[in-house]
Write a protein that binds this ligand. Structure first.
Ligand SMILES: [Zn+2]
Ligand SMILES: [Zn+2]
Length: 265
């Protein structure tokens, strides 16, 4: 059984619940560990991320909860670091995960997971209508995330969220597989992310089946994350994610326990 989730968001960024509400839900779920990964500040888009001036309060709050709940549940102080955030905003945490939420083209940042229109704008305005270019830029950033040395890279194929990008072309599959290989070469676990399922945007988790099959082929590891923005969905679709991993042939499932990534029992 999976007893942790370290990809969660609170009212410090775009989550619905306070950190303490999330901890209480995690205790109720029977988790041994919960990690907070509120979104790092991105200067060009304040709509979803932490405010720069709230970093101290976030730290103080999570560290005080860590103390208060010691012995009941391990509380981790983390962040989801956006590829385009200022570099120093990934320092000083128990851990950080990295994520690509934008592509940059012609000096403009186009949100990947905001809405259909923003994705289309990224393709049409940002990349002159060339979907290949959009895909190339997105996965280039994903590979760039590995160089930051995160605990893992979140939602590997987030660009598929709205069904705008054609995942069946040879170009798409080749580009995605090359990026996946780069993460596996860096020994990073691959996240099976159920966040878009919880929000009814997708009926399958990230990443797609052909990518999970590559993880299996390479004997890589997966880690589950619900990208939780609501305490009711802390372990949303974890059972389904596990059976999809198994179906794809993945043998190694890790989770965060006692300060490190361990094979799930
Ligand atoms: Zn994210
Ligand atoms: Zn997230």
């Amino acid at each position: 059984m999976i007893g942790s989730n370290i990809h969660t968001h609170t009212t410090f960024s775009d989550g619905k619940n306070t950190p303490e509400e999330m901890i209480l839900a995690a205790v109720k779920t029977g988790f041994h560990t919960i990690g907070f990964s509120d979104h790092s500040y991105t200067p060009f888009d304040g709509s979803y991320c932490m405010k720069r001036e709230n970093y101290d309060a976030y730290r103080a709050e999570i560290l005080s909860l860590k103390e208060r709940y010691k012995g009941r549940i391990d509380v981790l102080y983390g962040t989801e670091f956006d590829y385009y955030s200022p570099a120093e905003l990934k320092e000083g945490f128990d851990y950080f995960i990295a994520g690509v939420h934008y592509i940059r083209a012609g000096g403009t940042y186009y949100a990947v997971d905001h809405c259909v229109e923003a994705t289309l704008q990224g393709v049409n305005e940002g990349c002159g209508g060339d979907e290949k270019e959009y895909v190339r830029r997105y996965y280039e950033n994903v590979v760039g995330c590995a160089a930051l040395k995160p605990l893992y890279v979140a939602h590997f194929d987030l660009l598929t969220k709205f069904g705008v990008i054609d995942e069946t072309t040879d170009f798409y599959r080749k580009t995605a597989l090359e990026a996946l290989d780069a993460l596996l070469d860096a020994d990073l676990p691959i996240e099976i992310n159920t966040g878009a399922m919880a929000r009814k945007k997708k009926d399958v988790p990230y990443p797609a089946k052909f990518l999970l099959e590559r993880v299996a082929e390479r004997d890589g590891c997966v880690i589950l994350g619900s990208d939780c923005h609501n305490a009711d969905y802390l372990d949303y679709a974890f059972d389904e994610a596990l059976s999809r991993a198994k179906e794809a042939g993945v043998k190694n499932v890790v989770e965060y326990k006692n300060g490190k990534l361990l094979e799930t029992e």
